[in-house]
Write a new protein. Structure first.
Length: 77
């Protein structure tokens, strides 16, 4: 699987329990990088992506266990 993670300058994923990736440009870049492959994430991350972002989005709380070898996983928390 391919992991996609947004990090700050200190390699942190959250700042004061808030996401670093709350940006439409970041979501668009993630979709571009995925390039049609399945993109797995949890419900927390799904709120970043606009409805209709693509049929390749799979939302499941156990996504890291369900993702396939070539699938992408967006990990925020």
């Amino acid at each position: 699987m391919v992991l996609i993670v947004c990090l700050d300058d200190r390699d942190g994923m959250l700042f004061n329990h808030r996401r670093l990736s709350r940006d439409r440009a970041a979501a668009a870049e993630i979709l571009r990088l995925v390039n049609g492959r399945t993109l797995w994430m949890n419900q927390y991350s799904a709120s970043l992506f606009a409805p209709g972002s693509g049929d390749a989005l799979c939302i499941d709380e156990n996504f890291l266990k369900k993702a396939g070898e070539v699938d992408c996983c967006f990990v925020e928390n």
